[in-house]
Design a binder for this molecule. Structure first.
Ligand SMILES: Cc1ncc(COP(=O)(O)O)c(C=O)c1O
Length: 404
């Protein structure tokens, strides 16, 4: 029987000991270690890659930030919060940050192990005491904040006039950043690209005002793991919205969709994304998860919202060059810094030879591909993909100073 590998995190020695003893006595689980601090827990998690981290909520440095840090340190580890009580705001904060379970201390031993095993299998498990607090105002429907021209508001209340050409013609620019523990990764890169998009689109933009909006929104936002969309319209509106991270499949089935990049929009991340979204829908109509855009002349480009990276020989990674009129992806740039990837024209005819592949983006980081046009790849994720995923995570973690 495969057992669930559990890491115990609690600053109280007595509780640590009780938990370790409980886990050791049950054949369904294995205790891979016990940590007294968040820092120690992150370190152990990186080394032991547990299935579940059973984490005290109220220890120093604990709570939602520790959940976010754990998810960065060991992406496959599911966090189960353990607390003395059931405060609604804390429960929601932990679930928002990505905890898969919330148990209270005093839960009888067999129930606790059952809950850990269920969380490892993908369930979200809440102790009865906390379920009411969590469902009274579920995390998923909590109002997300936005900032419109410098004024913070509920995202659902932010309004742009229907006469704005940003709405009528998709004439505007945007960026999507990812927040880790409430902080944006690569903010400067995104603002630089926003400025470049606006310049290429001949769109007036006040980048200092955009940065001030983002900072004001971050100050008020308390959703730890989220996306932040920044939009500037032809009508002169500045908008930033905190958005939920959407659940994604573990691996992707891709279908190639013919697509010709609009030359005049080269290096413009414009609001005109209908073609990209249609490509995704067309791929989904073929039972794939997403599209792989390929030119009418048979050259592989990217996904509708992702860059494409693959290995044709099982040893090296290649990605289409920017000269194919694909987006200058920020994740793609960071990948060049942390692993060896070569720009290379990839033909549609090369696709049956792909050994492993992944899609890269701000929101997905590295997302493994399992099939292309119904052909199964040798591995998903392959070794190179796993290496890329680990390196990019470590890079994000380092840049954000999470483990500092
Ligand atoms: C067409 C396209 N390619 C690639 C990407 C990935 O870019 P980034 O890494 O900057 O998120 C995106 C992101 O939205 C995109 O829209």
């Amino acid at each position: 029987m495969t057992h669930v590998r559990v890491l115990v995190v609690d600053d109280a020695l007595a509780i640590r000991q009780v938990l370790v003893d409980l886990l050791t006595a049950d054949p369904r689980v294995e205790c891979v270690g016990a940590a007294a601090t968040v820092h120690g827990a992150l370190d152990l998690a990186r080394r032991t890659r547990p299935d579940v981290a059973l984490m005290d909520v109220r220890m120093p440095g604990g709570g939602p930030v520790a959940v976010g840090a754990m998810r960065i340190a060991s992406p496959g580890t599911r966090v189960v919060a353990l607390s003395g009580g059931a405060d609604g705001a804390i429960v929601r904060g932990m679930l928002d940050a990505g905890a898969s379970g919330y148990l209270v201390k005093g839960t009888i031993a067999s129930d606790l192990i059952d809950a850990v095993v269920r969380c490892a299998a993908g369930d979200t498990v809440l102790a009865t005491e906390v379920a009411a607090a969590a469902t009274a105002e579920p995390a998923s429907v909590r109002p997300m904040l936005a900032i419109l021209d410098g004024t913070v508001t509920d995202a659902s209340q932010a309004q742009i006039p229907a006469t704005d050409d940003g709405f009528l013609r998709g004439d505007g620019v945007f960026e999507v950043m990812r927040l880790y523990g409430g902080r944006p990764f690569a903010l400067d890169d995104h603002l630089t690209r926003l400025g470049r998009s606006a310049a290429n689109l001949r769109l007036p933009i006040d980048l200092d005002a955009v940065r001030a909006d983002v900072e004001a929104l971050l100050e008020r936002n308390d959703v730890q793991e989220a996306a932040m969309r920044v939009v500037v319209t032809r009508g002169g509106r500045r908008l930033a919205i905190v958005e939920e991270l959407k659940p994604l499949p573990e691996t992707l089935a891709l279908a190639t969709i013919e697509y010709a990049p609009t030359r005049v929009l080269d290096q413009v991340k414009s609001l005109s994304y209908a073609a990209n979204m249609l490509a995704r829908r067309l791929a989904q109509e073929q039972d794939a998860d997403d599209a792989l855009l390929v030119t009418p002349h048979g050259r592989v480009l990217e996904g509708p919202t992702t860059s494409f990276v693959c290995s044709l020989d099982g040893e090296t990674l290649v990605t289409p060059p920017l000269s194919e009129h694909i987006l200058d992806s920020i994740t793609r740039r960071h990948l060049f810094d942390v692993i060896e990837v070569t720009e290379q024209v990839i033909a549609r005819d090369d696709l049956p030879r792909v050994r492993e592949a992944f899609m890269a983006s701000t929101l997905r980081e590295v997302h493994p591909v399992r099939t292309i046009d119904g052909v199964e790849l040798a591995a998903a994720p392959g070794a190179l993909t796993q290496e890329a995923a680990g390196r990019i995570r470590a890079h994000i973690e380092q840049e954000l100073g999470v483990s500092a």
